[in-house]
Design a protein around this ligand. Structure first.
Ligand code: NAD
Ligand code: UDP
Length: 318
């Protein structure tokens, strides 16, 4: 074997839904990957297939505590993403974004690593501007039940920019819009996994509110391609940059599509709309297109079918 030429890359939240695909992709590109996770919402099953790879290493660690490693790049994904999970222990959620970012930025500063932050469309809150572009500052309720996540992620962006301005850290911030695909946690609580699991089990699909609220769903493969494009963007490009699919659909329409694809006879039931639930969400992805040459290619029909297949297998074989 010749000398090892890849980079050493840290992925926090690497056992989660997006993190596990990112680890896989980075290994495929010839890098050494260190996956850090506290398994709050992540699962060992997501990364089990990578464990035999000598360039893959896993550390059980909570990023709200300092971490000392030698790495070239950091992808900071650690943070529960589903409202159900991030509201379970809201103080820990804020700590993960704020203390976690301080720890990861401190690490980046010490070892001069480039660092990527998984930010979110939630920084726009319940937006008055549609579609949302990076220049919009958002409309977040700082005292509401989503604030632990939204304000945590907003503060993380602040910290990234302050470390960049004060210490010259090479930062890359992506604002991720709703992403779905295989390996979402079956009890994740997000709408795509909820509807599919309910349809497959013949249980009613729980639409919150009247189902007229919208989201724009991006397939996981497109999102991971976007992460790499952001990390590898030209020096000095910090973002924030929106990553997401521009095809907006109502939650009611999504429920119907899941019923059609699964062939399920489940009924649709209407439940109260959670507090501060954004009414409309669609990314303006002009910046990602112009700066990174990135555009999602997967269509929702194919993406949902692949996700349905994954959950079918999970129900069959565990
Ligand atoms: P996920 O819940 O599957 O993954 C998050 C991972 O972080 C899990 O493995 C979890 O165990 C780990 N984690 C949580 N707190 C931690 C801590 N304190 N220390 C170490 N590990 C911790 O969610 P995901 O969908 O894969 O999201 C990944 C990232 O992308 C998150 O930062 C999320 O906010 C962001 N994001 C995701 C979406 C989406 O639609 N999937 C949208 C916007 C932003
Ligand atoms: N939602 C729903 N039924 C569910 C789960 C979610 O109608 O079982 C709605 C939720 O109220 C929101 C949208 O689907 O309007 C997306 O919710 P999710 O939790 O997936 O992500 P969000 O974009 O709100 O963070």
């Amino acid at each position: 074997m010749g000398p090892y030429l890849g980079k050493t890359v840290l992925v926090t939240g690497g056992a989660g839904f997006l993190g596990s695909y990112l680890c896989e992709r980075l290994l495929g590109e010839g890098h050494e990957v260190i996956c850090v996770d506290n398994y709050f919402t992540g699962r060992k099953e997501n990364i089990a297939h990578l464990l035999g790879n000598p360039y893959f290493e896993v550390i059980r660690h909570d990023i709200t505590f300092p971490l000392y490693l030698e790495v070239d790049e950091i992808y900071n994904l650690a943070c529960p993403a589903s409202p159900v999970h991030y509201q379970f222990d809201p103080v820990q959620t804020t700590k993960t974004s704020v203390h976690g970012s301080i720890n990861m930025l401190g690490l980046a500063r010490r070892v001069k690593a480039k660092i990527f932050q998984a930010s979110t469309s939630e920084v726009y809150g319940d937006p008055e501007v549609h579609p949302q572009s990076e220049s919009y500052w958002g409309r977040v309720n700082p005292a509401g039940i989503r604030a632990c996540y939204d304000e945590g992620k907003r503060c993380a962006e602040t910290l990234f920019f302050d470390y960049h301005r004060m210490h010259g850290i090479d930062i890359k911030i992506a604002r991720i819009f709703n992403t779905y695909g295989p390996r979402m946690h079956p009890d994740d609580g997000r709408v795509v996994s909820n509807f599919i699991m309910q349809a497959l089990k013949g249980k009613p699909l729980t639409v919150y509110g009247n189902g007229a609220q919208t989201r724009s769903f991006c397939y996981v493969d497109d999102m991971i391609e976007g992460f790499l494009k952001v990390m590898n963007s030209e020096k000095g490009f910090t973002g924030p940059v929106n990553l997401g699919n521009c095809n907006e659909i109502t939650i009611g329409e999504l429920a119907q599509r899941v019923l059609d694809i699964t062939g399920s006879n489940s009924e649709i039931v209407y439940k109260p709309l959670p507090q501060d639930d954004p009414r409309r969400r669609r990314p303006d992805t002009t910046l990602a297109k112009d700066k990174l040459g990135w555009e999602p290619v997967a269509d929702i029909e194919k993406g949902l079918r692949a996700t349905v297949e994954y959950f079918e297998q999970l129900l069959k074989y565990g």
